[in-house]
Write a protein that binds this ligand. Structure first.
Ligand SMILES: CCc1ccncc1CNCCCCSC[C@H]1O[C@@H](n2ccc3c(N)ncnc32)[C@H](O)[C@@H]1O
Length: 711
C-alpha cells in the first residue's frame, strides 16, 4: 500500500506498528557503533590476509560483515539470514555497494546449510554476531557446532602435529568471557516482586506468591524465560553493585569439543564476597566478545555502549539484605543452551542460608544477633533448615509490567480516592431519589455497578468493591489471576457476591460492555488508556464512547480526561537508536538508506528520566483527550513553543497526565510509575536558537500520535 500511496495515513500507521518487530531496534545502534564495526573489520581483514579467503557470514542482517570480507579480498563470500525482511534488505544493500555478483546470500538458517547443496565446499572463515544480551540467546553455540561439522574446514590442531591441509577453519568471534555481578536495584525489584503490602485501601498480603515470567528455576517450562534484559546504565534510580564483577563462563568458539561439552558441563558453584550492604535484587550479566587475539567488544554496563545486559531477578519472596562479611553462592549452568545464573544461598558466619527457603532469613539473623548465649544457641538451632520445605509451586505469574503496576502505590491511591468520591456522590444521589425510584426492588437501587475493562491484571475492580454497596465486574480472565483476586476479596472482607468476572460469561467483546441486568446501567466504567510502552491504547476513544452510553445518570468513565505533555530535546542517543546516521559509522558502506526505511516516527519504552538529553524547551501541553465528552475532541492541534536554549531538536518525548476526575490525576512520568515514555523522533534534526518560537503540529489518528516541528 505504501508503495502505491506513500502518504496513505492508515498504511503508514500500520507499517510503523509492524516495522518495530520486522526489524529489531538494535540494528540501528549496532550499525551506528563505528567502534564495533571497525573491530569486526580489522579481525576479518587479518583473517583473510592470513589466507582464509572463503567466508560464510552467519546471520548477515544488512550484509555489513560479508561486505567487509569481500572488501578485504576474500575470493568467495557466502551469507545466510533467516529473517526474510533482512534477507531482502541485505540483497539490496549488497547490490547498492556493487557486490551483488560477489556475495551469495541465502535465505535460510545456517543449520539447514550443507556442502555442496548450498555452498560448493567448506569455508575457511565463519563470521557471525548472532548473540543477544545473554550471549547464547540467538543460538550461536548450536550454529557453530553445526558449522564446524558441516561448513568449516577443520580447525588448527596443536602446533606440533602434522598439518596436512594448508588452510584451517576459523570463527570470528574467537570466543567470549561472560561476567556477572549481584546488584541492588529498585527498578528491577518493582518489576519482578510485589514490594507493597497494600494497594490503595486493600491489603495484598493474602495474594500468595506473585512472580514475573523470568525464572531460572530447575524445570524450565516454555512460559518462563531464563533472563530479561535491561540497560543498567539507563535504569531510573540506578543500581548498586553488591559484589565485584565475577567471571561466570569462558567459551572458545574455535573448539568444537568445548562447545559440545557446554550443555553437559556440570553446574558451577561460585562463592562471591559481598562488597557492600544492600538488598539482593538480581544478577546482572554481560560479556566480552573476543573477535580475535587483539579485538574484543564489551556489552558491560560501565561502558557507555548501547547494549543491554541480561538480568536474572531474585525470586525469594522475602527481601534479603546482604552484608559485607557475607558470601553469595551463585550457580552457573548452560543446560539447554541458555546461560542460567541463580543466586542459591548466602554464607553468613559460616552458616549457609538458602535463598529459596520460605522462613524469613532475617528473623534468624535477628535471633542470632541477640547477646544472650543461651537464647542464641536455641534460636540458632530453630533457624537451621529442618526439612527442605518445597518452594510453594502455586505462585501466580504476572507480566513484569503488571507487577510494576501493583507496586505503583500512587496510581492505586488516586484511583481509590476518585472512586470513593464518585460512590459517595451516587449513594447520596440514589438516597435522594429514595427507594421508590426503582420500582422492582430496593436491593437493586442501593447497589452500584462498576466495571473494570483494563487489559491484563488489574485490582481496580477490588478497589471499587472495597467501598461497600458496590458490585464490581473484573475483566481478569486467567484462572490463577482470578484466584488472586478472590483471595484478596476474602482477606479484605469483600463479599464474594460483590466481585464478578465478566469475561467468564461474555462470549464476545460487544457483550463485555452489556448491562449487568436488564435495565440497570453502570455507575462507573474503568479503562486503562496508556500502554506500558508509552502509547495511547488502540481504540481508546471508541471504547470510551461505547462506555458513556452505558452509564447511569451521574455515572462516570475513569479516567475522564487525558492531557498529553511534550518537550523539545536534543538527544544523540535517541538518534542512534532510531536511524543509521550516514555512511561513516558503517565503514563507508552505503547501508543507511536501506535500513532507515524501517525507522519509526515514535520511539517507545523510553526511560525519559534517564535519557540524558539536552532540554530545549519547557514541557508544553500538546493535546487533550476528553473521555466524557466526545464533542470536545479534535484530531489535530497546533502548539507554539519557545526554545529555551540553542541546540539541535532531534525528538519530542511525550507523556500523560491522566485525570481520574477534575482534581485527581496521575502522571505517567511520575517516579514510581509503571509506564515508560514515548518520543516522536524527527526525520531531520532542527537547529534552533535560544528564544526562537516553533510550531508543533500534533495529530491523533486511531490512537496514534504524530508530532512534527516547524519554524
Ligand atoms: C555485541 C553484540 C550484541 C550484544 C548484545 N546485544 C546485541 C548485540 C548485537 N548483535 C545483535 C544481533 C542479534 C541478532 S542475530 C543477527 C541476525 O542473524 C539472524 N540469525 C540469527 C541466527 C541465525 C542463523 N543460525 N542462521 C541465519 N541467520 C541467523 C537474525 O535473524 C538476525 O537478523
Amino acid at each position: 500500500a505504501l508503495k502505491v500511496r506513500p502518504d496513505y495515513p492508515e498504511a503508514r500507521e500500520n507499517f510503523h506498528r509492524v516495522a518495530n518487530w520486522l526489524v529489531e531496534r538494535w540494528h540501528f545502534f549496532m550499525l551506528n557503533d563505528y567502534g564495533r564495526n571497525r573491530k569486526y573489520q580489522k579481525a576479518i581483514q587479518k583473517a583473510v590476509q592470513s589466507g582464509r579467503t572463503t567466508v560464510l557470514d552467519i546471520g548477515t542482517g544488512t550484509g555489513i560483515l560479508g561486505m567487509c570480507a569481500k572488501k578485504a579480498g576474500a575470493a568467495e563470500v557466502y551469507a545466510c539470514e533467516l529473517s526474510k525482511t533482512m534477507y531482502e534488505l541485505a540483497g539490496e544493500v549488497v547490490a547498492a555497494n556493487g557486490m551483488d555478483g560477489d556475495i551469495k546470500i541465502l535465505h535460510m538458517k545456517s543449520l539447514e546449510m550443507e556442502v555442496p547443496k548450498d555452498i560448493p565446499q567448506r569455508v575457511s572463515l565463519v563470521v557471525t554476531e548472532t548473540v543477544d544480551a545473554g550471549l547464547f540467546g540467538e543460538g550461536i553455540v548450536e550454529s557453530l557446532i553445526h558449522a564446524w561439522h558441516h561448513l568449516l574446514l577443520p580447525p588448527q590442531r596443536g602446533e606440533n602435529e602434522l598439518q596436512e591441509q594448508s588452510v584451517t577453519g576459523q570463527v570470528i568471534p574467537a570466543g567470549a568471557t561472560v561476567f556477572g555481578m549481584a546488584v541492588e536495584c529498585l527498578e528491577i525489584r518493582r518489576h519482578h516482586r510485589v514490594c507493597v503490602s497494600e494497594v490503595g485501601s486493600l491489603s495484598v498480603l493474602a495474594a500468595g506468591e506473585i512472580r514475573s515470567p523470568v525464572s531460572c528455576s530447575s524445570e524450565p517450562d516454555d512460559s518462563m524465560e531464563p533472563y530479561t534484559t535491561e540497560r543498567l546504565s539507563r535504569l531510573p534510580g540506578g543500581y548498586k553493585s553488591l559484589t565485584q564483577p565475577f567471571t561466570a563462563l569462558d567459551v572458545d568458539f574455535n573448539n568444537v569439543q568445548e562447545l559440545e561439552g557446554l550443555t553437559s558441563r556440570e553446574v558451577q558453584r561460585l562463592r562471591l564476597p559481598v562488597i557492600q550492604e544492600g538488598q539482593l535484587d538480581a544478577l546482572a550479566v554481560w560479556f566480552q566478545l573476543h573477535l580475535d587475539e587483539e579485538n574484543s567488544l564489551s556489552t558491560g554496563p560501565q561502558e557507555d555502549t548501547c547494549w543491554e545486559q541480561a538480568i536474572y531477578p531474585v525470586h525469594s519472596t522475602k527481601d534479603f539484605l546482604l552484608k559485607p562479611e557475607d558470601e553469595l553462592i551463585v550457580e552457573v549452568s548452560c543446560r539447554d543452551a541458555y546461560l542460567r545464573l541463580c543466586s542459591v544461598a548466602v554464607v553468613r558466619q559460616g552458616r549457609e542460608i538458602r535463598l529459596d527457603e520460605q522462613l524469613d532469613a532475617q528473623a534468624c539473623e535477628k535471633h542470632m544477633s541477640s547477646h544472650n548465649q543461651e537464647a542464641e544457641l536455641c534460636s540458632a538451632l530453630s533457624c537451621l533448615q529442618t526439612e527442605q520445605n518445597p518452594p510453594s509451586e502455586d505462585f501466580c505469574v504476572l507480566e513484569s509490567s503488571e507487577i510494576a503496576l501493583l507496586n505503583n502505590h500512587a496510581y492505586h491511591q488516586s484511583f481509590s480516592a476518585a472512586l470513593a468520591k464518585l460512590i459517595s456522590q451516587l449513594k447520596w444521589q440514589n438516597s435522594e431519589r429514595g427507594p421508590g425510584a426503582d420500582p422492582d426492588s430496593t436491593e437493586r437501587s442501593d447497589l452500584l455497578y462498576v466495571l473494570d475493562v483494563s487489559e491484563g491484571f488489574s485490582l481496580l475492580s477490588l478497589l471499587a468493591a472495597s467501598h461497600g454497596h458496590v458490585k464490581a465486574y473484573s475483566s481478569v480472565e486467567k484462572k490463577k489471576q482470578q484466584e488472586v483476586l478472590k483471595r484478596l476479596a476474602d482477606s479484605n472482607n469483600i463479599p464474594e457476591e460483590h466481585l464478578e468476572f465478566w469475561l467468564n460469561h461474555v462470549e464476545d467483546e460487544q457483550g463485555m460492555l452489556k448491562r449487568p441486568s436488564r435495565e440497570k446501567l453502570w455507575s462507573a466504567i474503568m479503562l486503562d488508556c496508556v500502554e506500558t510502552c508509552g502509547l495511547i491504547r488502540q481504540k481508546l476513544m471508541e471504547k470510551a464512547s461505547l462506555a458513556r452510553c452505558l452509564l447511569e445518570d451521574g455515572g462516570r468513565v475513569f479516567p475522564e480526561k487525558i492531557v498529553v505533555y511534550g518537550t523539545l530535546v536534543e538527544s544523540d542517543k535517541l538518534l542512534l537508536e532510531s536511524a543509521v546516521q550516514g555512511r561513516e559509522p558503517t565503514l563507508g558502506f552505503n547501508i543507511a538508506p536501506f535500513i532507515n526505511q524501517f525507522t519509526v516516527p515514535v520511539h517507545v519504552f523510553l526511560d525519559f528520566a534517564t535519557l540524558g538529553c539536552k532540554h530545549l524547551s519547557q514541557p508544553v501541553e500538546l493535546f487533550v483527550l476528553d473521555l466524557m465528552d466526545a464533542t470536545a475532541n479534535y484530531t489535530h492541534r497546533e502548539v507554539k513553543v519557545q526554545a529555551t536554549a540553542a541546540g539541535r531538536i532531534t525528538a519530542v518525548p511525550f507523556w500523560y497526565n491522566i485525570y481520574l476526575d477534575q482534581e485527581i490525576s496521575v502522571s505517567t512520568l511520575s517516579q514510581n510509575s509503571h509506564w515508560k515514555q514515548a518520543a516522536a523522533v524527527l526525520q531531520e534534526p532542527l537547529e534552533v536558537r535560544a528564544e526562537e518560537w516553533l510550531r508543533l503540529s500534533v495529530k491523533l489518528h486511531k490512537s496514534t500520535i504524530s508530532i512534527s516541528v516547524h519554524r
